[in-house]
Design a protein around this ligand. Structure first.
Ligand SMILES: Nc1ncnc2c1ncn2[C@@H]1O[C@H](COP(=O)(O)OP(=O)(O)OP(=O)(O)O)[C@@H](O)[C@H]1O
Length: 322
């Protein structure tokens, strides 16, 4: 490789990995309320990135900072390599923040046309985004007759006008029924093939299913920032269910071991077994101890904690230090 080729490929890879969103020590207070406290994170291109946290955690404030709707008090914010509200960056960002506002007595299509025209986009854009969100059949009906799910999809369609490379969606599944949620989830995954998606949610199951990476906020602070799988893996203990005979002996063995003394026998008479939390992956040691005590181990089942449990562990731990 010549030096110029090396430089070119270096530039290419630098561009390829340049974060879409970068926050460094970002803080925002509203009077005495510290909405966002020292948040640092980075969103890579093509990711579905979740901003997760309970009510009041600072999720919406964070998204509003990215869009330049709120100014941070401190810290560095870069969106698509530019400052928030930079017109060049804004042209390449689609956003759905809180409930989308549409003219209710106009059709979905006309609402989108108005928005497209205001942004100098061709009318063909409207057909394109309606197809993506699967609203073509309802496009000529008045928005007032739309279900909440349809309105949310219309909101996403509006955000998609101009084919942005970054989509910011605030609670996109909020208020939707399970069917609407599933449709939105599929849509978000589809969209992530062409755009980076940053979404906020307090619905952990949703985030677990749709996001590649998440930041967990609690009272404005980052309590975790990682891939969903890593967050689940590192979230401490896992739960294990043990079937063995005689179960009394198995119970005595486990209860006499300091790390496993929390084992409990299930109430289920039809399917008696023991359940316990393990601090680390010490299933082999547990099986060995049981076998050495003469227990026939029939089954040991590992139950992964959900992101929900991991999340509550994180936010509870964070709160206990205050
Ligand atoms: N414009 C504002 N003026 C005063 N306080 C605000 C303002 N915006 C947000 N806050 C406060 O900042 C904190 C974080 O609010 P934010 O809306 O960002 O949280 P959230 O995680 O999006 O919560 P939710 O899930 O309830 O929407 C809250 O205590 C909220 O009351």
């Amino acid at each position: 490789m010549t030096i110029s080729q090396e430089v070119a490929s270096g530039i290419e890879s630098a561009v390829a990995v340049a974060p879409v969103v970068e926050l460094e020590d970002v803080t925002k207070a509203f009077g005495t309320v510290q909405a966002v406290r020292g948040v640092t994170l980075s969103v890579a291109p093509g990711q579905v990135y979740g901003v997760l946290g309970p009510n009041g955690a600072g999720k919406t404030t964070l998204l509003r900072i990215l869009l330049g709707l709120v100014r941070s008090d401190r810290g560095r914010v870069r969106v698509l390599g530019r400052a928030p509200a930079d017109p060049v960056a804004l042209r390449d960002i689609g956003a759905l923040i809180e409930s989308p506002a549409f003219v209710p007595h106009l059709s979905g299509r006309v609402n989108l046309r108005v928005l497209a025209r205001a942004r100098g986009l061709p009318a063909t854009e409207v057909g394109r985004v309606l197809r993506i969100v699967d609203l073509e059949n309802a496009a000529d009906r008045r928005v007032t007759g739309y279900s909440l799910g349809m309105r949310q999809r219309l909101g996403v369609a509006a955000a998609l006008l101009g084919d942005p490379s970054l989509l910011i969606l605030d609670e996109p599944t909020n208020g939707l029924d399970p069917e609407g949620m599933a449709a939105m989830r599929t849509l978000i995954r589809d969209l992530s093939r062409v755009s980076t998606v940053l979404l906020s949610s307090h619905l952990l199951g949703e985030v677990q299913q749709v996001c590649d990476r998440v930041v967990v906020l609690d009272r404005g602070r980052v309590v975790a920032e990682d891939s969903v799988s890593a967050l689940l893996a590192q979230s401490g203990s896992m739960r294990v269910a043990v079937w063995g005979r005689p179960l009394d002996v198995a119970e005595t063995v486990l209860k006499s071991h300091p790390a496993w003394s929390g084992a409990i026998r299930t109430e289920d008479a039809e399917d008696p077994h023991l359940r316990l939390e393990l601090d680390q992956d010490d299933i082999p040691a547990l099986v060995r101890a049981l076998v050495e005590a003469g227990v026939d181990v029939q089954e040991v089942r590992r139950e992964h904690r959900s992101l929900e449990e991991a999340f509550f562990a994180l936010t509870t731990d964070a709160g206990s230090g205050e």
